[in-house]
Design a protein around this ligand. Structure first.
Ligand code: ATP
Ligand code: MG
Length: 492
């Protein structure tokens, strides 16, 4: 019974033990396991070991693949991701996305779902050794903005890894649960709830949400996200800055050499982290960089903020949108909690303070809260001994439409599940149809969820059939069409 945070840069696993929650160490006695899968001439390498050999096996080392999970090859988002990755990404025969690697001397391709399953298998096996027992059930987190197909893909990957997924939990719900579960000062249900804003800026994305807490339950009120605004975007802007500087200074183009560029990004990330606690000018030195040349540069926090201004503007917009959507005034917000590695960036903390008009709190463990919340939810759902229940009321992060004729635009679709409605949720929607077939697609704004055809319902010429669809969104944030019923309706 574990909770898993499948991060774009690192994964964490937590477990509930003796009524408390603990983050589990991996085979390197570290809590963070790199989200990396590598293939070599002899074996498959996972996690920290895979990250450690990346430089010498660049094209067969698969990292940063979380954003590709569950997308179709021709989705614009995938095409946008491709130029960020140093390995080969190809279309999968299913229409999805695959990676191509050389493994044991042969060219092989694996779907992103399969690569995710490999990583999760490694996490499971390592955790089994540490916990000295078989792991059957888990709760695994997804970012709020993950679409239905992405959630299904992660669910499938977790099952391939041999685990039973008790719930796909949104990262907002997981973090909020980790915050609220052990608090003894939450208001009673008949009092005004405590409203807390959370900001999670990780490696690949930014999520902001508001959660209302009262004794024994939490309710996500609203959420805004920027799926392509995370630490790696700050690294790439700083990386480009040094590429330009090194071209002028040394007449070299690191961006044209994947290995050199990755080395540069690794050093840039280190300097970025140092800048979070140090505002003075910091050096960036790389020995035997390109053509055996040693290079050096420097940067300070103020300069890095200027370079990253476009990203900071994106952070500000997302924070403002979340506050606006919540319809709350800053004075109605009790605290603002930060999680995720990139919220350590001082400029992000300052923006959060400015918009919500309070200083940021770091009540939570910034790196481990997602996994800890998932572990708690796993224990709650399993009704583990000594674990009190806690109600988690999550929301739909996408609106869902039934689309029967795209060419008709607004006359050709109907919203069946609203954005930010509660989950789980079910409803009946009625359509009046002529003919005995209803073909439609189910879509959320960014992805197609499914293609449906309801055939051969009873119909006579001139009749209108009332077709009732029972639709719903389950606690995993996955759409279901439960039933379709036709009512014959003769107008004569
Ligand atoms: P995601 O949530 O996007 O799936 P993740 O959960 O793997 O990814 P985190 O572990 O929350 O991401 O954060 C990793 C990011 O945080 C990296 O980009 C890293 O460079 C950045 N980071 C970590 N520490 C600091 C720091 N002190 N200052 C600035 N950035 C930092
Ligand atoms: Mg994360």
């Amino acid at each position: 019974m574990i909770g898993i945070d499948f991060g774009n840069q690192s994964c964490f696993v937590a477990v509930v033990k003796d009524g408390g929650v603990e983050t589990v160490d991996n085979d390197y006695s570290l809590r963070a396991t790199s989200s990396v899968v590598a293939f070599s001439a002899r074996n498959r390498i996972l996690g920290v070991a895979a990250a450690n050999q990346r430089m010498s096996n660049l094209t067969n080392t698969i990292s940063s693949f979380k954003p590709l999970l569950g997308w179709r090859w021709d989705d614009f988002f995938v095409q946008d991701e491709l130029n960020k990755l140093p390995y080969k990404v190809i279309p999968h025969h299913s229409g999805g996305v695959a990676v191509e690697v050389n493994y044991c001397g042969k060219d092989k391709s694996y779907s992103v779902e399969h690569v995710t399953a490999m990583l999760l298998t490694g996490l499971k096996e390592t955790t089994e050794v540490v916990l000295k027992g078989e792991i059957k059930n888990c709760v695994i987190a997804v970012p709020s903005y993950f679409t239905d197909p992405q959630r299904r893909a992660l669910q499938a990957a977790t099952k391939i890894a041999g685990m039973n997924v008790l719930q796909i939990l949104s990262e907002p719900a997981a973090v909020s649960l980790a915050y609220g579960y052990y608090r003894e000062d939450l208001p009673d249900e008949d009092e005004a709830p405590r409203n807390v804003v959370f900001v999670d800026c990780g490696h690949s994305s930014l999520q902001v949400w508001v959660c209302a807490f009262s004794e024994g339950n939490l309710k996500i009120l609203t959420s805004c996200s920027a799926p392509s605004l995370g630490g790696r975007d700050f690294d790439s802007l700083l990386g480009l800055h040094f590429c330009t500087e090194f071209q002028k200074k040394y007449n070299i183009r690191p961006e044209s050499n994947p290995r050199a560029y990755l080395r540069l990004l690794t050093e840039v990330e280190k300097v970025k982290k140092s800048m979070s606690s140090n505002s003075s000018v910091l050096p960036l030195n790389i020995e035997s960089f390109l053509d055996d040349m040693d290079v050096s540069g420097n940067i300070c926090r103020a300069e890095s903020e200027t370079i990253s201004q476009s990203l900071l503007n994106g952070v500000e917009t997302t924070l403002k949108n979340c506050l606006k959507d919540s319809k709350l005034q800053p004075k109605h917000i009790d605290s603002v909690e930060i999680v995720g590695g990139s919220t350590r960036i001082p400029a992000i903390k300052e923006l959060i303070s400015k918009i919500f008009k309070k200083s940021v709190s770091t009540t939570l463990n910034q790196d481990e809260s997602v996994a800890r919340g998932c572990a708690l939810q796993c224990a709650i759902l399993s009704k583990s001994r000594g674990i009190k229940s806690f109600k988690v009321q999550d929301i739909q992060y996408h609106s869902i439409r039934i689309v029967w004729d795209e060419s008709l635009q607004e006359d050709g679709w109907k919203e069946v599940l609203p954005l930010h409605g509660p989950i789980p949720y079910s409803d009946s929607v009625t359509f009046h149809k002529q003919g005995n077939t209803f073909k439609f697609k189910v879509k959320c704004p960014l992805a197609e969820i499914g293609d449906y055809s309801i055939d051969n319902f009873s119909y006579e010429l001139g009749d209108t059939t009332e077709l009732r669809l029972d639709v719903g969104m389950n606690a995993d944030g996955i759409f279901n069409l439960n039933e379709a019923t036709a009512f014959h309706n003769n107008p004569k």
